[in-house]
Design a protein around this ligand. Structure first.
Ligand code: TYC
Length: 103
């Protein structure tokens, strides 16, 4: 420390910059039309879940209206969400994915 002990107040200390980035949840929304099997496939392909995990999350979304697929930095969360929405549109399903601040 430079300049003796100021209790960390009077002088500026050089703190290690190890701040964690803000995180975002990628959330899947329920709807009445997207086939359950299609949702399971999305969770396997875009979120690297096995069939058991994917089925559990799909059923959580189906039952509770929404569910968290994963938690990522902003860029990755936005990319995953956009990829899911594009893939659903490409297959004419109304499935929606969004992101929400997590911390
Ligand atoms: N509710 C849909 C059905 O009964 C299944 C579904 C699950 C749709 C999750 C969207 O994010 C979703 N076919």
């Amino acid at each position: 420390e430079h300049g003796g002990d100021d209790g960390g107040l009077a002088l500026q200390e050089a703190k290690p910059k190890v701040k964690r980035p803000p995180l975002y949840k990628v959330v899947l929304l329920n709807d009445d039309y997207t086939p359950m099997e299609f949702v399971v496939e999305i969770l396997e392909v875009f979120f690297k879940m096995n069939r058991e995990q994917a089925t559990q999350i799909m059923l959580t979304v189906h039952t509770h209206g929404k569910g968290v697929c994963g938690i990522y930095t902003k860029d990755i969360a936005e990319t995953k969400s956009a990829q899911v929405n594009q893939y659903a549109r490409d297959h004419q399903h109304p499935l929606l994915c969004e992101i929400e601040a997590s911390e």
